[in-house]
Design a protein around this ligand. Structure first.
Ligand code: CP3
Length: 357
């Protein structure tokens, strides 16, 4: 392992200097880089044996998220092992909902559960954004710990859930395939659901500002369930909430990334948002997304590719990077890495991005 690691480190020599000390931040700003920066969504997670050990030490996933020392440790683990170009702070999109009075749990199977899903407009109105930083200071503390420990050229990404994806969890009560309850709520009570999205936008803007104040150098807004909506509804209800969230960060000098899950049909709808980078999944063509938006793009290897052989991972990754725009491109998967992914697949992915095999 240590031999492998040192060869990774030497192959990540900075090469031609960019105007930015971080390859990742330069690519976000569409400045020239020697090679595409690479990181992986959910790079700190169960596919890593050291993550499983720290999670066991913490006792539970939520305890791990709320312990700044251990959250910082698991954020750094994939950087140490693989030398990714960016770290993403270890947390979950639901954690900043706790200060709004939402109770949830992360059972071992089946994803997060909201204890009392919010089905009625009166319940949505009761959710009010907390004062800046209230109830999430553990995230800020983990961020300052990570920033202090990271090499200068590895950028630290803060994140939040997008209003629509959070609303899906709040109304559905958990991860949903059809999103039928939240969509029914939108069609039955458009004004009230629209207002909920705006309230969530305000709360997430405060949360991201807190993360940037603590040391996050870029922010990513995860709209994982964007693709559940047609373009018409996305443009009418979701884009205004995203615009409000993103505009509230205008005065901060940090790149803004929007991740659009299943959103090939939504690229046009988000093109006018104040974002620097559009993250897409494997259903969306990277170059078409770049041309349609004029933004940097991030993605988009199907995480299932990493369950094949290292050779197949290399081939698919090289095909992806060869077709990606030459500037303004960040290599990533199209969604989070799957828990049973072999470590060798991650190495094959990174070697291929770095111009190795
Ligand atoms: O990327 C990272 O390394 C940072 C950590 C991170 C987690 N969740 C940790 C996590 C991030 C960025 C998230 C975001 C998140 N959480 C999203 C948006 C990204 C996406 O994947 O679409 C969503 C939809 C959630 C909600 C959520 N949290 C789900 C659906 C699950 C269960 C999924 C699963 O794999 O079991 C979680 C739990 C979760 N969040 C885990 C991790 C590492 C697994 C928890 C464990 O260790 O048992």
């Amino acid at each position: 392992m240590s031999q492998q690691r040192s060869s990774l480190v030497s192959s990540s020599d900075p090469g031609p200097r960019t105007t930015d000390p971080s390859r990742f931040l330069a690519a976000c700003r569409r400045q020239p880089v020697d090679r595409p920066p690479a990181w992986i969504m959910r790079q700190a997670g169960r596919y890593l044996p050291e993550y499983r050990a720290t999670r066991a030490e913490a006792g539970s996933f939520l305890a791990l998220c709320r312990n700044p020392e251990l959250a910082a440790e698991v954020t750094l683990q994939p950087i140490r092992r693989f030398g990714f170009d960016a770290a993403i702070i270890f947390s979950d999109i639901l954690l900043p909902l706790a200060p709004l009075g939402v109770h949830f749990a992360f059972p071992d199977e089946g994803g997060p559960r909201i204890e009392a899903p919010l089905a009625r407009p009166e319940e949505w109105e009761a959710l009010q954004p907390p004062a800046d930083g209230v109830g999430t200071s553990f995230v800020a503390e983990a961020i300052s710990r990570v920033r202090a420990a990271l090499p200068a050229d590895v950028a630290l990404i803060g994140f939040c859930g997008a209003p629509w994806t959070l609303a899906s969890y709040l109304v559905e009560g958990g991860t949903s395939r059809e999103h039928a309850a939240v969509k029914a709520a939108l069609f039955a009570h458009p004004a009230e659901l629209g207002a909920l999205l705006l309230r969530l936008a305000d709360a997430m803007a405060l949360y991201l500002r807190q993360q940037v104040a603590a040391g996050a150098q870029a922010v990513q807004v995860f709209d994982s369930w964007a693709g559940a909506l047609a373009e018409r509804e996305y443009a009418e209800f979701v884009v205004p909430a995203l615009a409000r969230l993103l505009a509230a960060l205008d005065d901060l000098d940090v790149p803004r990334i929007l991740y659009l899950g299943g959103g090939a049909h939504l690229v046009g709808a988000v093109a006018s948002l104040p974002i620097d980078v559009l993250g897409v999944d494997w259903r969306t063509d990277l170059t078409r997304a770049a041309l349609a938006t004029g933004k940097a793009v991030q993605g988009n290897l199907d995480p299932a590719v990493l369950l094949s052989s290292p050779d197949a991972v290399s081939r698919a990754t090289r095909r992806m990077t060869a077709a990606a725009p030459p500037t303004g491109y960040i290599a990533n998967l199209g969604h989070g890495i799957l828990p049973h992914t072999p470590l060798a697949a991650v190495t094959a992915f990174l070697d291929a991005v770095r111009g190795g095999q």
